[in-house]
Design a protein around this ligand. Sequence first.
Ligand code: C5P
Length: 327
Amino acid sequence: MHYSRNSPIASEHRYLASTAVLLVELVKLLTSLTLAAHDVRKSHPNASFFEIVVLLRRSIFAPDSWKLVVPAALYTFQNSLVYVAISNLDAVTFQVTYQIKIITTVLFSILLLGRNVSSRQWMSLILLTLGVAMVQIPGSLSSEDWKGKLTSLIQGEGRPEMKPTSNALKGVMAVIAASLTSGLTCVYFEKLVKGSLGSVSLWTRNVQLSFFSLFPAFFVGVLWQDGAAISRHGFFVGYNAIVWLTIALQALGGLVVAVCIAYADNVAKNFAASLSIVVSYAASAIVFGTPLMLHSTGGATLVLIAMYLFNTRLYPRMPLLPTTKEK
Ligand code: C5P
């Protein structure tokens, strides 16, 4: 995503983020619609094509579908914030700062889902956040680099290799806002989906979510924010293969997140995302021979310890000694 916004092939007209956000929602809508139709066909094997369309329409526009308006608006806002952040920060700073969502997600899970988090689990979440941040910091960043980074953050300028229009402070503010929105919206969606999974399929919920997302994505993003630029340069200005790939990956990522939230939970989703970063680190060492860095390996170890601490109890559930009855 960062490459698509800042690479040299991104011509003099950078593509408009609002158009990409809209296209991602369209791709997710069509995919979810196909999967929802497949679900209806499975539960009504003898239904005709027309009957399937009627059943689908009835479940999508059910009386409670308005509940998806809130997450749709928030996710569209979050996706736009991510574009602001990634356009103003380098990929590493973005990824490291975005880990704040691990903590915001747990806070909202406690508030909205009444989830209990033990002190041991809190400790593991802090280790996880630190660990993921450490894995991602490249070894080449010397203390001078860090000083430069901090100075540019304070002065509100982007790194020298970024486009001259980049503003690091704006990027960090956007990433903090995106982390808060991520925690709130993902937990709200989890509450909604899990509360009705028996009666409404996940894909129907996703069709509703993408459908309502199209409105803010189109009216606020495309028309209001970028309307003038689109009428001057066209909807697809700056599009190339990398931009299309970014759109496809964003859509696929969103659908995978939906499955994670519905069948596991949001905290597990964030653990999985952290583990994927550790796996990529190990894989790039094995496949490409990338040298292992002490702090990154330390960070990877912290992630694994955090996963163990979060998912195991302090005391074993089964007594180690045979009970009196067994004796
Ligand atoms: O960074 P985070 O994990 O919060 O990102 C969640 C992403 O998943 C967002 O881009 C959101 O649009 C997407 N999503 C989705 N369908 C869902 C839930 C989330 O596309 N049902």
